[in-house]
Each structure stands twice: as structure tokens, then as C-alpha cells.
Design a protein around this ligand. Structure first.
Ligand SMILES: [Zn+2]
Length: 97
């Protein structure tokens, strides 16, 4: 009898740990979704043709620089993609203009 109780306790403990882990992962996912929603909104606002408030060249450059340093490509080759391999020469050449 004691052994069965012990087994059930162990199982419950594992179950509890699994739930804790799931909760953590779900919280992380929620944060990730929030981040992606913000990023998506930001990117949509940068789309040409949606220029309700025209930005000056300077502001445009600043926004691009910010995007670049947040880890995204701003060059026409890979615009909006994550920079996974460090600096991109095409992006940098845009920033130096
Ligand atoms: Zn690039």
C-alpha cells in the first residue's frame, strides 16, 4: 500500500512539474506574440503607400537605423528579416547615406 501511495505521489509531483513548465512556456509564448504584434504593427506602418503622416528623410533614416540595430535587415534584399549573421554590408551602406 505504501508503495502505491509513493508511486502516486511521484506521479503527481511529475505532473505538477510538467504543468509548471507548461505555464512558463505559455507565458513566454504570450510575450513572444506581444512582441511580434508590436513588430508587425511597426512594420506595417513603414509600408509605402500608407503615408498618412509623411516622415522626413531624417526621421526615416532614424527609424531604419533603429530597426537595423534591433536586429533586422533594412536592405532591399532582405528587408524586415532578422539578421542572423551579424552585420549586413547592404544594410550598412544604406545607413551611411
Ligand atoms: Zn541587409
Amino acid at each position: 500500500m505504501d508503495e502505491i501511495v509513493k508511486k502516486i505521489e511521484d506521479a503527481l509531483e511529475q505532473f505538477y512539474m510538467a504543468i509548471t513548465q507548461l505555464k512558463k512556456e505559455s507565458a513566454n509564448l504570450r510575450l513572444e506574440v506581444e512582441r511580434l504584434e508590436k513588430e508587425n504593427k511597426w512594420l506595417r506602418e513603414q509600408l509605402p503607400g500608407k503615408t498618412a503622416s509623411p516622415v522626413s528623410f531624417k526621421e526615416g533614416q532614424d527609424a531604419l537605423a533603429r530597426l537595423y540595430y534591433e536586429g533586422f535587415h533594412i536592405c532591399h534584399l532582405q528587408y524586415g528579416n532578422l539578421r542572423t549573421e551579424g552585420d549586413c554590408l547592404f544594410c550598412i551602406s544604406l545607413l551611411k547615406k
